[in-house]
Design a protein around this ligand. Sequence first.
Ligand SMILES: *[C@@H]1O[C@H](CO)[C@@H](O)[C@H](O)[C@H]1NC(C)=O
Ligand SMILES: *[C@@H]1O[C@H](CO)[C@@H](O)[C@H](O)[C@H]1NC(C)=O
Length: 325
Amino acid sequence: MLYRKLRNQWLLMPIFIMLMFSGSILLKRNHQINVYYVKTTMSTTEAASFSLVPAKHVTKSLAELGKMDDINKYTLFLNKIPNCGAEVIIFLLQKMQGPNNYRHVRLKGGSTAMFTKIQQEEFVDELYSVMRDEAVPVSFDRQLYFINFTSFDKQSPTFINLIREPADKAISRSRYNNKQRDNDDLIQCVIQGKTNCNDKRVNPHDLTIPYFCGHDPKCFSNNQWAMQMAKINVEKYYPVVGVLEELNTTLEIFEHKVPYFFKGVQDLYKKNMIDKLNRNKGSQPQTKTRKHLKRILAKEYEFYNWVKRRLFKQLQMFYGDHISH
Ligand SMILES: *[C@@H]1O[C@H](CO)[C@@H](O)[C@H](O)[C@H]1NC(C)=O
Ligand SMILES: *[C@@H]1O[C@H](CO)[C@@H](O)[C@H](O)[C@H]1NC(C)=O
């Protein structure tokens, strides 16, 4: 049955793609989200092994979060941050679309672009049109700074994300950026162990906080206001923000808080991923560099530690619930 469903979706795909492209040409927008549909990579044996999973049902976990009552629990948005390991979550989201009965859509065009108000509104509209076309629960991923859907009178998707230890992220990012070497980049300068870094500045697009703060120019200046705004948005629109260094806990809380999409994720991860991830240990840089990075990225560390505490608080509450019931 699952196989037939997948085949039907395949047959519809050219039509969807044609509609998407003709739509974007007709509208002549300067900013397009260029939707394309991810291939369902599940083999028939995998599909068979999932056939025992019960059909979808509405859970009340998200409704229990009183503060988050204005988020849409049938739409998930992973506004992924580069070099933080989001690919793991995307892989898992793709794998679970069959058993959990939703579609995962990768949105193209994910450069780190700051949108104007109008571009944000266009993005929101286009996302809504994809949601209407899909007519099933849908999850999205795209590199994107946070957008407050409420400010466009739209219900917000359920945002999730994954963050990473700031120095590790900076080091990974600097390796990645090495080709397009930026001589003004403070982080690059520090990691390369140079001494004359004082006149350089942090590239705001390498920071994590703007992904949670939004498109306001103030979000890009490594300041207290940006961090506060990021925290407010997390509290309001992100039932969970995961931490790469605590992936087991992260997946446990994903499964608990967003079961509609993540039911079974811990088993899936244990079966498929652990070996692949455990060899992914980069060499640790010298402590002097790390200390320097810690100073430069103080706000990033404050935010990272806050997210981590929130995650463990959620874990504690989860076990508290279980013991008391
Ligand atoms: C989102 O936008 C709405 C409407 O403009 C505003 O009331 C709300 O405070 C914003 N949310 C956050 C977390 O900034
Ligand atoms: C996560 O769980 C797996 C299996 O239970 C274990 O092998 C692994 O060490 C754990 N990883 C962390 C970081 O705790």
